[in-house]
Design a binder for this molecule. Sequence first.
Ligand code: SIN
Length: 359
Amino acid sequence: MSSTSISGNENIPHILVLGMGGTIAGVAANPESKPMEYAAGQLEIGSLLTHIQSAIPQGVHLVSKQLANMNSRNLTESLLTLLGTSVREALENTMVRGVVITHGTDTIEETGVFLQLTCGKFAENLGKRVILTGAMLPANAPGADGPSNLLDAVRWACLPIDNCPGGIYAVMDGRVCMAMDLAKRHATALNAPIQSAPSGSVGLVNPSWLSGAKAVQAAWNEDLPIPEEGEWPWVEILTSHAGARAKTIDLWLTSNVRGLVLAGSGMGGFHDEWLAPLKQAITLGIALVRTTRTGAGRTLLNIPEKDPPGCMASGTLTAPRARIALQLALNAADLAQSEGKPLTWQDFFARIANLPEIR
Ligand code: SIN
């Protein structure tokens, strides 16, 4: 579902708040006794803002726009295209000082890396911040975390904070991280999407975190194109495990899949049964990226074993992030080649996987 209801005066300087849905907009039928039995994406963004209106810093005007109101497990590539295009338009608009996006936490990590890779340089160059936020408790649950997260996000979008540059960030549970470092690592904890990300406190930004964020921005020198609706390359994630079968790979060889992200065990190794069919996948032009199913740590080329030629390692990208990165890299290579530039998906993917790590 998508709609574009707008509220607020767009002709004065403002923070644009884009609503995508999620638990932050969720409602439980019996919030006191069963807060976790709820439906995500029920309340409009305008109504969420009404609850924090009295705490918004003086002189800050908010404009809200509902792009979707959904459970983010159903996020589609078309919606990512709509969101990316909306963020770019907002950044270009001289009336927009910053952007906040309310989003479901289940796939917030995909959206975080997507926005970093398609809008990160643009935001930095314009000195504007784009802030993703969400919640782990529905809006009507006792102790709901949505209002404080949303308020922190609005403040982060508009206040001068410790020389923090323009860019794509995420705020949750009193912490801030670069949006590309989001990864939901717990089913229910209030800091689930941010708990393993290098982050700083929203109150007082840690200088070493800030210098790490600046190093990432310095290394990211050009945004990738946003795929047009319907033009996203098909990429799947396959997990290696005890008892993995060659057949699992064989099944993809006759499909139109453009790429496979292999979530391997440990350092990203995959079952020996997969080796022969994966070599065949490469000869068929299917792009391969190897990552670790552990959810943390770096995956490096030719470790633990020599990679089949053309296969890339994901660096610090988790499987969901590596999938988005591979889609954007394939799309960028398609566009470059259509303009006669001899660039491959590996050229684009390497730029992403080699970004500095914030510690
Ligand atoms: C969702 O991702 O939309 C539901 C879960 C959440 O927001 O925490």
